[in-house]
Design a protein around this ligand. Structure first.
Ligand code: PGA
Length: 258
């Protein structure tokens, strides 16, 4: 399976979100084989986008969630609130949250645990900075992030966890990683997971790539077996680009089935 996640960030209001969601559903129409699709609008648009994607192939995702369950946490949004809105996927530990809002491995860990216990699928973001890559430390950085994010976690039978490998220097920069380097990192992530989550089955885990994906490079990543899908930022709010990405995913699935 291939999974395409659109992270709309703080780039669209409710009206644009609804239009975008409708456009995505239209783009999926008529395809023989569909990738799994999750759309992550801003919190304020979740309720309206839910109405559009209800009973469709697309799932509803949130861009963040509170680490705490409930209480005096002004401005925070809990897992229960998200579940009430029909949210099934939650992006956790995005690099913008880590770097701009002080998200730590410990808070990522709490959010992952809460998301799973609320019955939703966490999309756990990891990735090294430019200096780490220059120093050849990208594996160490990603391993440490994974260890932090998955501490004390026990995945139950049917629970799933998605990882998004997003090198920080590739996010929003217009320079993606190379498919070959992404493949190597995905394999590394996949090799660490059984040690961190003993007993986990391969089908409970997917590893997505994110960072400057658009309609022109999506296929080059998706055709790799190690790349289970893509987390798309900038290009996910441009319907024509996102449509090309969905087309690329459908092409890969068709080619596999042929
Ligand atoms: P980008 O963002 O596609 O704009 O590089 C990816 C992300 O932030 O998830």
């Amino acid at each position: 399976m291939k999974t395409i996640v659109g992270n709309w960030k703080m780039n669209v209001g409710t009206r644009e979100s609804v239009a975008l969601a409708r456009g995505v559903l239209l783009a999926l129409r008529g395809k023989k084989r569909l990738p799994e699709v999750a759309l992550c609008p801003p919190f304020t648009a979740l309720g309206e986008v839910r109405k559009v994607v209800a009973r469709s192939h697309a799932s509803l995702g949130a861009q963040n969630v509170a680490a705490e369950e409930q209480g005096a946490f002004t401005g925070e949004i809990s897992t229960r609130m998200l579940v009430e809105l029909g949210v099934t996927h939650v992006i956790v530990g995005h690099s913008e949250r880590r770097h701009l809002f002080g998200e730590t491995d410990a808070s990522v860990n709490q959010k992952v645990i809460r998301t799973l216990s609320a019955g939703m699928v966490p999309i756990v973001c990891v990735g090294e900075g430019a200096a780490d890559r220059a120093d050849g430390k990208e594996r160490d950085v990603v391993a440490a992030q994974l260890r932090g994010a998955l501490a004390d976690l026990h995945l139950r039978h049917k629970e799933r966890i998605l990882f998004a490998y997003e090198p920080v220097w590739a996010i929003g920069s217009g320079t993606s990683d190379t498919p070959a380097d992404a493949v190597a990192m995905h394999a590394w992530i996949r090799s660490l997971v059984p040690e961190l989550l003993p007993g986990i089955k391969p089908e409970q885990v997917a590893v997505l790539y994110g960072g400057s994906i658009d309609g022109s490079n999506a296929y080059l990543f998706l055709r790799e077996d190690e790349v289970d899908g893509l987390l798309v930022g900038g290009a996910s709010v441009k319907l024509s680009e996102f449509t090309k990405i969905l087309d690329a995913a459908a092409d890969v699935l068709d080619a596999r089935a042929a």
